[in-house]
Design a protein around this ligand. Structure first.
Ligand SMILES: *Cc1c(COP(=O)(O)O)cnc(C)c1O
Length: 430
């Protein structure tokens, strides 16, 4: 499968090249040249297929023959070795729990898939690939875990000192091997700016193959469509129209759901729920897309002022605001509303949600009002312990720490402190 740049000023390229580059030379995002819908038969026998078969059928056209069938199946099996349950919450509402992977965030799926693709493509290569990534929290842990021990790939993670939770910091600083954590004396925006600068720095580009591991990379973005199909399969028996509500920051996750729809998944509507970083809800109202600096919230993985994947969504729906509105509703919620929803879910449904899941629940409730024949699934993108302080305080009880988190809390943190871009550059060149 070939990919083109959405800026249309770079040559089309293979899947392999798109994964290794991350972003096109004209700074555009890569997009698959063609999306061939899956057969009606596939959707009618969905509930007789297991997750690995569903995933393989859905992804193979995006990779073509660039990864051999047996290898691709092996990658899928390794990536998907945990559960994706839809847990009932209310009569017409369920939540798709995406936090049963190694770092307890949905980003595990994309990060593990990308790591294995890159590992395959760098087999026998003499040049190592360096993955450079800035994180405000969850990306770092998922990328570190996904890439740990992948030969031919070094991972450098930049995170803002003192601004990620203790659990998140441990997840990205304790692994060692091919993973290095750079603790930046600054904010997430500073980390992000340093990463962006590296990708444009000729001295670096001459000396090394740099790529990014955020959702602009097609190998991290596309596998996220798998679990929309897994959830759809579980909800089929309800015999109702199905909609998904997705807590959105960079809009990669929801955009993968939309690709599942383009593949023929009979879902007509998506809800993009955001916190007060409301560029997209505003755009849906006014038709004007106006990026802004991000505001800090309790759902901090969605504190994004200029969602990088929204351009892919606009492209899919032909940049037509009416078509976008037919397919997507978008709502924004404050921290106070988020906490109220967390309390409500706990008191009425005995369910502990993290702040991101609570926002997708709120979006779904708003959309489902006066739609009794619709079954809604909201995505729970992280385990509540990853936002321990705010969850415990909001629902007024202690949480049990799962074993995979407990283990990492006892490990020793190893990071390299840096303050300037020059220090990053020196580290990368040494
Ligand atoms: C990254 C993240 C999101 C936002 O996902 P996007 O694909 O960037 O829209 C939502 N919730 C959690 C917990 C996350 O880590």
């Amino acid at each position: 499968m070939n990919y083109y740049s959405l800026n249309k000023k770079a040559p089309n390229t293979s899947f392999k090249d798109a994964v290794i580059r991350g972003i096109a030379p004209d700074r555009g995002l890569y997009f698959p040249e063609k999306i061939n819908p899956l057969t009606n038969e596939f959707f009618s026998i969905l509930d007789s297929l297991d997750n690995n078969e569903i995933a393989y059928t859905a992804i193979k056209q995006f990779i073509g023959d660039e990864i051999p069938t047996e290898k691709l199946k092996e990658i899928i099996k390794e990536v998907l070795d945990f559960n994706f349950p839809v847990v009932p919450i209310e009569e017409n509402i369920g939540t798709l729990e995406l936090f049963h992977g190694p770092t307890m965030a949905f980003k595990d799926v994309g990060a593990r898939f990308m790591a294995r693709c890159l590992g395959y493509f760098s087999e026998g290569n003499t040049n190592e690939i360096t993955v450079l990534v800035a994180t405000s929290g969850d990306t770092g842990g998922a990328v570190a875990n996904g890439f740990l021990g992948v030969k031919g790939v070094n991972v450098v993670i930049l995170y803002p000192s003192g601004k990620v939770s203790e659990i998140q910091e441990k997840q990205l600083t304790t692994l060692g091997k091919n993973i290095t954590a750079l603790e930046v004396n600054g904010t997430f925006d500073d980390c992000q700016a340093m990463v962006k600068k590296s990708f444009l720095d000729e001295d670096l580009l001459k000396n090394m193959q740099l790529t990014s591991a955020n959702s602009i990379n097609v190998a991290r973005w596309l596998p996220q469509l798998f679990y929309f199909l897994f959830a759809y399969k579980q909800a089929l028996a309800k015999g109702k129209e199905i909609v998904f509500s997705i807590p959105s920051g960079n809009f990669g996750n929801i955009c993968a759901g939309i690709i599942a729809q383009q593949l023929g998944m009979p879902v007509k509507h998506f809800i993009a729920a955001t916190n007060v970083n409301d560029v997209v809800p505003k755009f849906m109202q006014t038709g004007k897309y106006e990026p802004k600096p991000s505001k800090t919230t309790i759902s901090n993985a969605m504190d994004v002022g200029n969602p990088s994947n929204f351009i892919r969504i606009q492209h899919i729906y032909q940049n037509d605001l009416n078509i976008i509105r037919q397919n997507i509703s978008s709502y924004s919620f404050s921290d106070v509303e988020t906490k109220t929803a967390m309390k409500e879910l706990y008191e009425n449904s005995d369910y502990i949600a993290d702040p991101h899941g609570a926002i997708s629940y709120l979006g779904l409730k708003k959309y489902l009002k006066d739609k009794p024949n619709t079954y809604g699934i909201f995505l729970e993108t992280a385990h509540p312990v990853k936002f321990l302080g705010v969850v415990e305080e909001t629902i007024n009880r202690k949480l049990t720490i799962p074993s995979q988190i407990e283990k990492v809390m006892h490990k020793e943190k190893k990071s390299i402190k840096i303050s300037t871009y020059l220090e990053l550059k020196e580290y990368l060149l040494k």
